[in-house]
Design a protein around this ligand. Structure first.
Ligand code: ATP
Ligand code: MG
Length: 394
């Protein structure tokens, strides 16, 4: 029945000369997401509106789901589009639409007509009145009423080159279209948190690149594949992700050899940040994104975060900073990453993790420990950067 969708977007950040950037990014992301759906679609902007039109047969549910995964959309209105064949024909379509869509007719409505094309023989007020009468004629006996102040449904009729009819609005995810707020480098591990963190940064329009620290043979190929799978799931919302796989084994072994084991996690994280920043600089990313949340594990106490953060020269965005684990799990389930995140593959930190890691690291002590790495660490970091494998995930 529906051959098109009207896409409603939030007005914040869409003012003035930014508007077309916002709309263009939105159209691009919608086109991107519809590539997953069978059928041909056109996505266009017209007078402050964005429309999706199906140019062939397509699966309604799949298309709706794809559009719903695009940030920047507050509402999706499935539309019927007809050619102008006179008012009586239009009324038939509108009545048919209401009949199909609302099995229970004990509802109130208001007709809301707009004319973008002024040569239509009736003006907006006249369309409202006459269409209201036609609807009442058809359904008044079944309990349908007009309410011009707080109707249950608005019957929208837009007279353009074609005529658009819609009365439903399906909620979108809000946020801003990816591509409107710069790029950031997501530290993506195989856990529950970092995919959610990436999703949340992207919700504000940030393009996502990712880095995964892989430590073969301590972490298996399967653990790497899991991270690729997670990146793919996140890319449904963010668009394609350049995933940098860093071979971290030699750096980890070297830290393990030289530094106190209770400080390993902190020192490893500091090297992850340093390498992530070097990659970010290369790709034009302006910030790091991590899945850290205050107090979740020993390396995420405020003291630990402070010491890890010392090496940061870029802003580190931590969207989950104040979330409880259960809240993170709920989002993870809602966005579809949870099942993959809980697959039991070791990550590189668990292999080297100490029995009693420091929870209140001292910055000076950590500096001293890192000095013990001075002989080889620069060379190891350089090699790690030179041997990065970049996988485009989409
Ligand atoms: P997650 O659920 O995201 O794995 P976590 O609760 O296991 O997080 P940590 O292992 O302390 O917590 O990691 C904190 C953050 O550091 C992660 O959310 C991620 O952003 C980053 N991180 C940890 N390990 C890696 C890794 N191997 N590769 C890339 N980033 C990592
Ligand atoms: Mg982890």
């Amino acid at each position: 029945m529906y051959k098109a969708f009207l896409i409603k977007y939030g007005e914040i950040g869409v003012k003035g000369k930014n508007r077309h950037l916002f709309e263009d990014a939105l159209c691009k992301q919608i086109r991107n997401s519809l590539k997953r759906v069978e059928g041909d679609f056109s996505v266009t902007k017209e007078n402050g509106r964005v429309y999706v039109e199906a140019l062939s047969d397509y699966d309604y549910e799949d298309a709706l789901k794809a559009i719903q995964s695009v940030f920047g959309i507050v509402g999706i209105c499935p539309m019927i589009q007809v050619e102008d064949e006179g008012f009586d024909e239009l009324a038939k379509v509108v009545v048919g639409h209401i009949k199909e869509t609302y099995p229970d007719k004990k509802i109130t409505f208001k007709v809301d007509a707009r004319r973008a094309r002024k040569n239509y023989p009736l003006n907006s007020m006249e369309i409202n009145m006459k269409m209201g009468e036609k609807i009442l004629e058809a359904f008044e006996e079944q309990g349908m009423r007009v309410d011009v102040h707080h109707p249950d449904i608005f019957v929208n009729i837009e007279i353009r080159s074609k005529i658009n009819i819609y009365s439903q609005e399906i909620k979108g995810m809000g946020g801003m279209p990816v591509g409107t707020n710069g790029k950031a480098m997501l530290l993506l591990s195989g856990g529950i948190d970092s995919p959610v963190a990436g999703y949340m940064a992207a919700k504000r329009g940030v393009t996502i690149d990712a880095v995964y620290f892989h430590a073969p043979p301590y972490t298996s190929e399967r653990a790497k594949q899991k991270v690729i799978d997670l990146a793919r799931l996140v890319s449904r919302y963010t668009g394609s992700i350049a995933l940098n796989v860093v071979n971290f084994t030699d750096i980890q072994l070297y830290i393990y050899e030289k530094c106190p084991h209770d400080e390993l996690t902190i020192i490893m994280k500091r090297f992850m940040y340093r390498i992530a920043q070097a990659l970010a600089e290369k790709s034009g990313a302006l910030a790091l994104v991590t899945g850290e949340s205050i107090g979740q594990v020993s390396s995420q106490t405020l003291q630990s975060l402070a010491v890890i953060n010392e090496v940061a020269v870029m802003p580190v965005i931590r969207p989950l900073v104040s979330f409880d684990k259960q809240e993170i799990i709920d989002i993870s389930e809602a966005i579809g990453t949870y099942e993959t995140s809980i697959q039991p593959f070791e990550d590189c930190c668990t292999t080297f993790v100490a029995k009693h890691p420091v929870t209140k690291p001292n910055s000076k002590v950590i500096h001293k420990s890192e000095e013990k790495l001075s002989e080889k660490i620069d060379e190891l970091v350089k090699t790690a950067l030179e041997t990065v494998e970049t996988i485009i995930v989409e």
